[in-house]
Design a protein around this ligand. Structure first.
Ligand code: MRU
Length: 351
């Protein structure tokens, strides 16, 4: 099975990110040597997907601190805190971003008293550990969700919660990759995901490369395809799941969950523990990123609407927890009541 190229490469202190804006036309890596360049890469979606931006920011913090290795420990920590806040500001919604940089800052604080060189080494190791944990969590999510992919079933997914958004197997796609590896026949429907087309450019591409039977649909076709009886279950990823199980994910997800409820189709959300935000009670408290209106006025850079037309461009929406059948997590399948099952299995987000 051919998996997608890894979104993040760390080689001998050099951070390389796959420029996902170029996909599926070009597979192109760019090196990022300072915090500003990593911030831009996250902001402009060269790297995207909640876990991937968390890992990119962790390595971004390491590259940002390379020039400060000769400082005393205290001075190093001051720079580290500033760079962490800066990187975490690149996008507001996915909790993984703040979670990952906090983890590096906490590790450095706990290592005190130490020299800048020692602190640098501790955050470098922590970033690599975080990356390795992410891979392991995807495999665990895949095992937890595997029984849901039955022979001949139709699975709908939205946006890209695949290998390009995480590591190796992705989250929503992890059960699909494992089922395919086991020879289970099934069909995936990938929603296109306007405005930036992560479903068509990324999910359809990575599943097709892996040899999975995937059919691309426009976002407007979901109700029709469900009414035809083609969808047996929905699996999506998330940018943040709050303490009560409200799920913040790519714009359009809530509409799909409402349709799934209408048609009696189970709606699952696949997440690693790093996406669970125990400190935020409900989805209503989550900052929803509002992106540039030109993303809506254009399709792949070409004008598709009157110039300067008023638009809205919220990048995410909130699916109320009662529409979620279960969370597919690295700690197993978690069912309602989510306020207790999520906290019990995944704990808090603070590092
Ligand atoms: O704006 P994006 O492309 O970063 O949005 C990504 C999503 O909404 C994904 O579904 C989510 O981050 C989960 S990735 C495992």
């Amino acid at each position: 099975m051919t998996l997608a190229p890894e979104p993040i490469r760390w080689r001998d202190g050099i951070l390389e990110l796959l420029d996902q804006r170029q996909l599926p036309q070009r597979v192109e890596y760019r090196a990022h040597a300072d915090a500003n360049s990593v911030w831009q890469a996250i902001r402009t979606l060269q790297v995207r997907g909640a876990p991937a931006i968390g890992i990119a920011a962790a390595y971004g913090l390491v590259v940002a601190m390379q020039p400060h290795r000769n400082l005393a420990g205290d001075a190093f920590l001051v720079h580290l805190g500033g760079a962490a806040d800066y990187l975490a500001s690149a996008r507001p919604t996915a909790v993984n971003l703040r979670w990952s940089v906090n983890r590096l800052v906490t590790v450095a604080r706990r290592a005190m008293p130490a020299t800048g060189a020692q602190l640098y080494e501790s955050i470098r190791q922590q970033a690599q550990q975080l990356h390795a944990e992410d891979r392991a969590m995807c495999h665990a999510i895949g095992r937890a969700g595997l029984p849901l992919i039955e022979r001949g079933c139709g699975v709908l997914t939205h946006c890209n919660a695949g290998a390009l958004a995480v590591s190796e197997l992705g989250t929503a796609t992890a059960p699909m990759y494992l089922a395919h590896g086991n020879g289970v026949p099934f069909r995936v429907f990938a929603g296109e995901t306007r405005p930036l087309l992560q479903g068509s450019r990324l999910t359809a591409w990575e599943l097709q490369r892996a040899g999975i039977d995937v059919t691309l649909i426009c976002d407007t076709m979901v109700a029709h395809v469900m009414a035809e009886g083609n969808i047996d279950l929905v699996i999506v990823g998330a940018d943040r799941v709050t303490a009560n199980g409200d799920t913040v994910n790519k714009i359009g997800t809530a509409g799909i969950a409402i349709l799934a409820h209408h048609f009696g189709i189970p709606f699952y959300v696949a997440i690693p523990s790093s996406t669970f935000d125990a400190d935020t009670p409900t989805g209503a408290e989550v900052a929803i990123e509002e992106r540039d209106g030109d993303e809506v006025r254009t399709v792949l850079g070409n004008p598709s609407a009157p110039a300067h037309i008023n638009v809205r461009n919220p990048a995410f929406d909130v699916t109320p927890h009662h529409l979620v059948r279960a969370f597919i997590t690295n700690a197993g399948l978690l069912k309602p009541p989510f306020a207790t099952s999520l906290a019990g299995a995944l704990g808090g987000t603070s590092a």
